[in-house]
Design a protein. Structure first.
Ligand code: CP
Length: 318
């Protein structure tokens, strides 16, 4: 009994972030705390155990861009914890379509909910509203900026498969310029002493600012446009979609689309796992789906326990 009380006090002290805006705001101990919490919540996420921890609490969700996984897994996470959700995906049915500003829309959500999840096409949107409302803000993707909760579930997937993150060799493949998941993930992996390869067409390299920050933190990485150079040494092949919607010129997209395609014959016999934040277009062949390499559907499920861990702690800390 005394032991339990001590553990509870320690937990409250360890995780004290009010908002989840950027993975750069997380220290390694914050990440490990969320991953441990998620592990404890997996049974609730699978409906094998019940929880009412967030009973009576409401999560507001403002998705100005489309989403399947992030939106549904946040909703599932909130409901599995006994809470409920309000919000929109796509602005057509909200007063945003009448011209209401982001600031005013956010203030309305603040009145109706205990925490707020936002996905927006503008980089910095989540940070912007965190300065004008008092409820906790969770960034569910801001343009080509960050997608921190995706990163936490990515790390969780890696740890679930290898029982560790430290020392692994991870290749981030595809659109490293516009893909927000890889921007967040590169920073986070940098905290865990991994070796990283950045594999992309020359036009879609990791932003200079990210490379600069990684170098400053003595993080090891290698850049190439040739996947075959690195594939034999990787533990995790993290594949991403070319982000068509972020290209200023559709012709440029047409030249690059289909640059990489992971299929069964490419990875057969190798000792690695394949991850993808999804949705995929053509960068992973469906012939990988029924192999041991496929971890991308499992990864999407882990969005539920990881987001439960985030919601539980962020709403409790409110
Ligand atoms: N991974 C991810 O963000 O998927 P959605 O765009 O479907 O939310």
């Amino acid at each position: 009994m005394i032991k339990n009380s001590i553990i509870t006090l320690r937990v409250v002290k360890i995780f004290n972030l009010k908002n989840v805006i950027s993975i750069k705001d997380f220290q390694k101990k914050d990440i490990e705390f969320i991953l441990n919490e998620a592990e404890n919540l997996e049974k609730v996420a699978k409906s094998e155990e019940k929880s009412e921890e967030l009973s009576g609490k409401i999560l507001g969700m403002m998705f100005f861009e489309p989403s399947t996984r992030t939106h549904l897994s946040f909703e599932s996470a909130m409901k599995r914890l006994g809470g409920s959700c309000v919000g929109f995906v796509g602005t057509e049915a909200s007063s945003v379509s009448k011209g209401e500003t982001l600031a005013d829309t956010s203030k309305m959500f603040e009145s109706y909910s205990d925490a707020l999840v936002i996905r927006h096409n503008l980089e910095g949107a989540a940070k912007f509203i965190s300065n004008i409302v008092d409820v906790p803000i969770i960034n569910a993707g801001d343009g080509a900026g960050q997608h921190p909760t995706q990163t936490l579930l990515d790390l969780y997937t890696i740890r679930r498969n290898f029982d560790k993150i430290k020392g692994l060799n991870v290749a981030l493949v595809g659109d490293l310029k516009y893909g927000r998941t890889v921007h967040s993930l590169a920073y986070a992996l940098g905290l865990f002493d991994v070796e990283m390869s950045f594999v992309s067409p020359n036009e879609l390299k990791m932003p200079k600012e990210t490379l600069h920050d990684l170098k400053k933190n003595n993080v090891k990485f290698y850049q190439t446009n040739n996947l075959k150079e690195v594939i034999d040494n990787v533990d995790v092949l993290y594949v991403t979609r070319i982000q068509k919607e972020r290209f200023p010129d559709e012709e440029e997209y047409s030249k690059i689309k289909g640059a990489y395609c992971i299929n069964k014959s490419l990875i057969n016999g190798k000792d690695l796992i394949v991850m993808h934040p999804l949705p995929r277009i053509d960068e992973i062949s469906t012939d990988v789906d029924n192999t041991k390499y496929n971890k991308y559907f499992e990864q999407a499920f882990y969005g539920v326990p990881v987001r439960m861990a985030i919601l539980k702690n962020i709403i409790k800390n409110k």
